[in-house]
Design a protein around this ligand. Structure first.
Ligand code: ADE
Length: 422
């Protein structure tokens, strides 16, 4: 059997069924896989991936393997691994996986190291931890980074880190910002995060959203997804923002916009999706109502200041899976879901396969692009080529049986001309 560190190989059969279930909703990735199997664009390349270990990621791993890559996978979050999927990838599909749900920080980094030790030539990240390890102080990183031809990155958070590395002049190889493709962030971030965050919130708590006040911190694509879905379920939604244009959009989309200290006093539920740190902190906890529920759906567990909350608390206990109660002075209680980690992956199953279909088609096609073009690229962050993005949109529409119009030649020449006026 391939090398691995997973929780229980006995879960493999169950995992396989779930992977097959996800695959049914991933028609674009299936087509990529069929072509990859014929053309072998990744033949002989070692690819190290640090992604949420879910059924959808499994379908991506099988696609890359079908394209000839030798893949190794670790988790991009300690709480997001689906242990049955991890087991199936190892036992049923011979893919080395290093991940278990609930792993501690030391194990998380040991698993990253296990993937790095396979000497990847292409990296595939969700949050830029693999790349950041490669660029760190360790001898292993310094030794391995020379062998990497390029990487890809899935998330807004990861792309922000990579752009900072590029700006500092330390990025050692080209990376494709998969997140920035339209067929990724317009759909995955909005509809994927929107639905799966509500799913995680409900699976963890079973609260009724109708009639509740739900505060969404951040009105990027993820925030607008969460806000829209919560509104659709009858919640009164408040948005908090730091960026004026986004705040204005939220107002005109019909949401109440206010500062967090004010929102803290009236919110029943809070969801952070900003990508920033300490968005909900001491001065907010002290104003919250008894029973307030706090969840995060941003990439890292830094958006809710849990250190400050722990210091304020007179007692704490886990009251249901993924729900921790913090008792505060005066008898108020605040509940934190999923240890402040991505609630959609901690308490639910992450984004549905139908949306990951496009995100992961971008990943697979970006890996192919990198395999072909890395030598011509600089040590920079690149966007996904527009032809790839548009092709994914076309394939997705076709898979849904949706047809669109073509421009007539008259319309084409109209658009190409500046002579037409009133
Ligand atoms: N990120 C969000 N949802 C995901 C999923 N289902 N699989 C992999 N990565 C994800």
């Amino acid at each position: 059997m391939v090398e691995h560190d997973v929780k229980n190989l006995g879960l493999a059969a169950e995992g396989r069924l779930k992977i097959e279930w996800a695959e049914q909703s991933m028609p674009v990735l299936r087509q990529v896989r069929e072509r990859f199997a014929k053309e072998q664009p990744l033949k002989g390349l070692r690819l190290g991936a640090c992604l949420h270990v879910t059924t959808e990621t499994a379908v991506l791993m099988l696609t890359l393997k079908a394209g000839g890559a030798q893949v190794a996978l670790c988790a991009s979050n300690p709480l997001s691994t689906q242990d049955d999927t991890a087991a199936a990838l190892v036992k049923e599909y011979d893919i080395p996986v290093y991940a278990h749900k609930g792993e501690d920080n030391a194990t998380y980094y040991r698993h990253l190291e296990a993937v790095l030790k396979t000497r990847p030539q292409i990296t595939m990240d969700d949050g830029a931890d693999l790349i950041s390890q490669l660029h760190g102080e360790s001898n292993l990183g310094r030794d391995l980074v020379k062998g990497v031809i390029g990487g890809t990155e899935e998330t807004t958070t990861g792309v922000i880190r990579l752009r900072a590395m590029e700006k500092e002049g330390v990025l050692a190889f080209p990376v494709i910002a998969v997140n920035d493709a339209d067929t990724k962030h317009l759909f995955d971030n909005r509809y994927g995060t929107g639905q799966s965050t509500i799913d995680g919130l409900l699976r963890a708590t079973n609260v009724l959203l109708a009639g509740k006040t739900l505060v969404v911190a951040g009105y990027g694509m993820c925030g607008r997804g969460v806000a829209t879905r919560a509104k659709g379920m009858g919640a009164h939604v408040i948005v908090t923002e730091v960026e004026p244009m986004r705040a204005l959009e939220a107002v005109m989309d019909g949401f109440s916009v206010m500062k967090m200290p004010d929102a803290a006093e009236v919110g029943d539920l809070f969801v952070t999706v900003t990508g920033n740190t300490s968005v909900i902190r001491k001065e907010h906890f002290t104003r919250m109502k008894d029973g307030a529920i706090l969840a995060n759906s941003g990439h890292f567990n830094v958006e809710i200041d849990l250190v400050a909350l722990a210091q304020l608390a007179t007692a704490r206990r886990v009251v249901r899976p993924f729900v921790e109660e913090f008792q505060l002075a005066g008898g108020r209680r605040v509940f934190v879901l999923g240890e402040g980690r991505l609630i959609n992956l901690a308490a639910a199953e992450g984004h549905p396969a139908a949306v990951m279909d496009m995100s992961f088609a971008n990943q697979a096609l970006s890996a192919e692009f990198m395999a072909k073009k890395a030598k011509t690229l600089e040590r920079k962050v690149y966007v996904v080529p527009r032809e790839i993005d548009l092709e994914i949109a076309r394939l997705k529409l076709a898979s849904m049986g949706v047809e669109i119009d073509d421009l007539t030649s008259d319309q084409e020449s109209y658009l190409a001309s500046w002579r037409h006026g009133t």
